[in-house]
Structure formats: structure tokens, C-alpha cells
Design a binder for this molecule. Structure first.
Ligand code: SF4
Ligand SMILES: [Zn+2]
Length: 321
């Protein structure tokens, strides 16, 4: 049996309940876009002439053998690209996944151009048992609502209006929408990044059903890593992460991957662990009091963060050559 890239059980807050979840990251033919500046997932792919369908079906078999699906309510389905790109995940694999996940609440990630209402509707018809009002959520990495930031700092290759069309298509197919936002992409100062996150959350609060904020981490062999190694990039302060979550008008989930490490969102090293723990607790309880308390408790480095917000200047690129 082929092993997926990763697969683990956990817990997820959904509609006021904490439910057992399973996250599956399938190894596929890889992301077709393949050029975002901060992304190393795109390197995780089969290459050459390979029997993709068989390899993917074998990974699904591995999942079922190692994680009894009966124990799980929510399944988060990722690839190193787009689950609904038919070149990346062949149709037979999508069908088999739907068959196995019948009765689950599924969150599947894809780029907006692959949100096809007909395929979505078909997937839902296989998983739907009437247990969930919306059995499928389409997750998309919008990253920011700002087109210039998405283009220049990320090179994501789609616009906010492309995302809105995909939201429409997802809903036409009967799915809900989860949006991922990236906190502090390349080339932004700490305060620009915080402003961008505040604005992005506000602009999609009424559009996406679920919003998840990813504080940026420095992944290996990326352009972001190139700049980070030269001192031209610092991941966001955890203070900024707290500030964004606290000022959001809606509940925003956040998994501070690599929190407290040099490559992940971090503060001074002393207060990081407690803050990351508070954010993880907040994800499950939705209790902002936990965040407020840790923010007010402060640390010596909070003053440093406040100065950075005030003093850091953006790099300027010439407008002409
Ligand atoms: S972030 Fe997503 S769209 Fe961009 S290269 Fe990585 S997998 Fe592809
Ligand atoms: Zn500190």
C-alpha cells in the first residue's frame, strides 16, 4: 500500500461542537500552478510516467486501514495542489474518495479554477446521508483579498474576482466555502501584513462560511526561504497573530504551525509557547477571553513588536526601468 504524504487524527470545532477529525494529505501528480513564492508542498509530487490512479487509490486504502473512519466525523482532504483538478486527482479517485467518505463532513482543498458545480454536486451526491446540512466545504487558499499583494508577494495566479466566481460555483454545486488567508506574505512589513489580514477577514466575512488564517512559515527550498536566509523576511510576531484574531468580526481559526520557531510565527522565545497554546485552545473553544488574557499579560517583547509596527519601513520597488 502507498502511504499518503501525511494523515493524522485530531479534533476540529465545527458549528459550535468539537468533533473528531481526520486530515489526509494525498501525494498526487502535483499542483499545476506550481509557483507560489512561499510554497514547498508543490515539490511533493509523483514524476514521470506513473499509474497515478492506482497510486492514489492505494493511498486511500492505506488511510482506511490505519484510521477507522467510523471514529471520525470531519475529514479534511488535501493534496499538494488541488483535489478537484482532474489531471492531479483522476476522476476514479475522486469517486472512490466520495464512496469511502459517505456520511462524513468533508473539507476538500482546491484552486478556484477547479471548482466545477457539476463535479461538486456529484461528489456531494455520493457522500450525503442527510446527516449534515452542507456535507462538503470547498477550501481555497485565497491568502488575501488584495490582488496586488496576491500577485506580487505570493504569485498565486488568480484574482479576488476569480475566487468569488469559484464561491458561486461551489454554492451552485451545493457546497459551502472555507477560505485560507496567509498572514504576512513576502515583502510586507509587520504593520502592512496586519492591516492586510484585518481587511481580508472583513472582506470575506460574509462570503466564506469558514475562515482560517495561516501565519506564514518559511518552508524549505522556496523563494521565501531565499529572502529569509538573507535577513529580508521575518515571519509574523505572535502578537500580530493575536491582534488579528482579536479584532476579527467573525470567528477565525488559526493553526500557528511552527509557532515559536525561527521559521514560524514567533516572538522572543520566552512567551511563545504559552501564546501558541492559547491559540490552539481558542480554536477548539472559540473563547476570545483566552486570547485577550494572554495579550494583556504581555511580555518584554511586546514593546519591541509595537516599535516594529511603528518603525518598520517597506522596501520600495522602482515603478519604471
Ligand atoms: S500554494 Fe497551492 S497553488 Fe500555490 S504552488 Fe503551492 S500548492 Fe500550488
Ligand atoms: Zn516575549
Amino acid at each position: 500500500m502507498e502511504r499518503p504524504l501525511a494523515c493524522w487524527q485530531g479534533e476540529e470545532r465545527f458549528a459550535g461542537n468539537v468533533l473528531p477529525s481526520l486530515t489526509i494529505i494525498l501525494k498526487t501528480g502535483g499542483c499545476r500552478h506550481n509557483r507560489c513564492r512561499m510554497c514547498s508542498y508543490r515539490f511533493e509530487r509523483y514524476s514521470g510516467e506513473i499509474p497515478l490512479t492506482g497510486l492514489l487509490l492505494s493511498q486511500l486504502e492505506w488511510v482506511v486501514h490505519h484510521h477507522p473512519l467510523a471514529d471520525v466525523a470531519i475529514v479534511k482532504l488535501y493534496t499538494s495542489g488541488s483535489f478537484f483538478d482532474p489531471d492531479e486527482v483522476p476522476d476514479d479517485v475522486v469517486k472512490e474518495a466520495a464512496r469511502l467518505l459517505k456520511g462524513k463532513l468533508v473539507i476538500a482543498e482546491t484552486r478556484p479554477e477547479f471548482v466545477d458545480p457539476v463535479r461538486i454536486e456529484e461528489f456531494i451526491s455520493h457522500i450525503d446521508t442527510g446527516d449534515h446540512p452542507t456535507p462538503l466545504y470547498i477550501a481555497m487558499g485565497l491568502e488575501t483579498t488584495s490582488d496586488p499583494i496576491r500577485e506580487k508577494s505570493i504569485d498565486k495566479g488568480f484574482s479576488f474576482s476569480d475566487f468569488l466566481i469559484a464561491v458561486d460555483n461551489a454554492r451552485k454545486g451545493g457546497a459551502g466555502v472555507k477560505a485560507y488567508l496567509l498572514h504576512k506574505p513576502l515583502f510586507l512589513t509587520e504593520s502592512e501584513a496586519l492591516l492586510d489580514m484585518d481587511q481580508s477577514i472583513r472582506e470575506i466575512a460574509g462570503v466564506a462560511d469558514i475562515i482560517s488564517m495561516n501565519p506564514c512559515t518559511v518552508q524549505k527550498h522556496t523563494e521565501l526561504e531565499y529572502y529569509w536566509k538573507r535577513g529580508a523576511y521575518r515571519p509574523p510576531y505572535l502578537w500580530s497573530v493575536l491582534a488579528a484574531l482579536l479584532s476579527a468580526p467573525v470567528q477565525v481559526s488559526c493553526d500557528p504551525v511552527g509557532g515559536g520557531r525561527a521559521r514560524g510565527p514567533h516572538n522572543c522565545g520566552t512567551c511563545d509557547y504559552e501564546i501558541v497554546r492559547a491559540i490552539r485552545e481558542y480554536n477548539l473553544t472559540a473563547d476570545r477571553g483566552v486570547l485577550q488574557e494572554i495579550f494583556e499579560k504581555g511580555c518584554e517583547c511586546r514593546e519591541e513588536w509595537e516599535s516594529v509596527l511603528l518603525l518598520e519601513k517597506p522596501y520600495c520597488m522602482p515603478l519604471t526601468r
